[in-house]
Design a protein around this ligand. Structure first.
Ligand code: ATP
Ligand code: MG
Length: 358
């Protein structure tokens, strides 16, 4: 049975976390016993197309540097053109050498689950290649790259407040969809939500990438897997360290950090700051609910005419609750969606402009 195959990480988590009664605690696919009732996709279903190594090589001109889009913790990402003419992003996954040829079936099962997810705020997983020791994931191509680059002035898009609110709302909707079991019958915890995993398409619509990616790593090399599962420094849920329980609320913490990046234009971790000031949450936490000091943290790159202080204060308050140390005190993602809709309307009304939430 394919669903019995769960990643090493899942097994490790299950042995640590026996609290199966709490709906917020992440449970592996096997726990949900979905073998006989695999949910059907709602709308479009890419059906995880399977590609050969040759197709991947052809699509990327043999992984030429001109096609390199970036490099992350799992490997390099290339722009590619499939035989059908479709332009895609191809993630070439780097595996620990001694596990290269293993984990193929598990990889296929997990990719198949992830490819059933279908939401306008998730980057579509079009297919994969598991050919011998090679593993690739094929994604929808996002023309405008990642959010962090735009906030840091590398991208050319002017990020005024209404656009930042739209990005926050879109990603909140994407995470709420992942967390709802309606997608594939099980809640999916992203585990590595951050501003480089928020991508923008040609219409500057935000979509989340790399959901469930940590689960695709093969069994065996615990430290390797753990290093990835822990997520990225700066976004990491402090409660997870103490309890060892991964919950959807860990994603809410990371989402709060991205809200702070949108508000301040600063990096989640800035190694140019002093040792006590590198972490954005620690830098700004004490100011977020102090209206008189809020101006100190607002990104100076934003046009003053694009925001009202009222909407900024509401946004800062939401961010401060998302990054609370106690995960139970954080809002859920559907609550974040509702609040961001309200903040969007408050800003538009305050500025006296017509608005459409989208
Ligand atoms: N689907 C895509 N379309 C366009 N560009 C992409 C796509 N996926 C990734 N990229 C680009 O490639 C870069 C590297 O992505 P990658 O996911 O490997 O690294 P990361 O997001 O920085 O870290 P992590 O490995 O933790 O996700 C991204 O920052 C982004 O700019
Ligand atoms: Mg990424």
């Amino acid at each position: 049975m394919p669903f019995r195959l769960v990643s090493a990480w899942n097994k490790r988590r299950r042995s640590k976390s026996q609290d199966h009664t709490d709906p917020w605690i992440y449970k592996p696919a096997a726990y949900w016993q979905i073998e006989d009732q695999a949910p059907r996709p709602t709308k479009r279903h890419h059906g995880s197309s399977v590609f050969t190594l040759k197709e991947m090589e052809e699509a990327t001109c043999y992984f030429s540097d001109e096609n390199l889009l970036g490099k992350g913790g799992f490997g390099r990402v290339y722009k590619g053109t499939l035989r059908s003419g479709e332009v895609v992003a191809i993630k070439k996954m780097e595996l620990p050498p001694f596990k290269e040829a293993e984990g193929e079936r598990e990889f296929r099962v997990e990719v198949d689950i992830l490819s059933r997810l279908d939401h306008p705020n998730l980057v579509s997983l079009i297919g994969y290649c598991a050919d011998g020791k090679h593993r690739f994931l094929v994604y929808e191509y996002m023309q405008k790259g990642n959010l962090q680059d735009h906030l840091n002035g590398i991208g050319e898009t002017k990020m005024d407040w209404p656009l930042r609110l739209k990005v926050a709302l879109g990603t909140a909707r994407g995470l709420a969809y992942l967390h709802s079991s309606s997608a594939v019958g099980i809640p999916i915890v992203h585990r590595d939500f951050k501003s480089t995993n928020v991508l923008l398409n040609a219409n500057i619509e935000a979509k989340i990438s790399d959901f469930g990616l940590a689960k695709l790593m093969p069994e065996g090399q615990e430290t390797y897997v753990t290093a990835r599962v822990l997520g990225t420094f700066g976004y990491f849920d402090p409660e997870y360290t103490s309890t060892g329980k991964l919950t959807v609320q860990s994603d809410v913490y990371a989402f709060g950090v991205v809200l702070l990046e949108l508000l301040t234009g600063r990096r989640a971790v800035d190694i140019n700051q002093g040792p006590n000031d590198q972490n954005l949450v620690i830098q700004v936490r004490h100011i977020l609910n102090d209206r008189k000091k809020l101006h100190k943290v607002i990104d100076p790159e934003m046009a003053r005419s694009s925001y009202t202080i009222e909407s900024i204060a509401m946004f800062a308050n939401l961010a401060s609750r998302c990054v609370r140390v106690e995960s139970r005190e954080r809002p859920s993602m559907p609550e974040c969606v509702k609040e961001l809709q309200l903040i969007f309307c408050t800003n538009a009304k305050g500025l006296g402009v017509a608005f459409r939430i989208g």
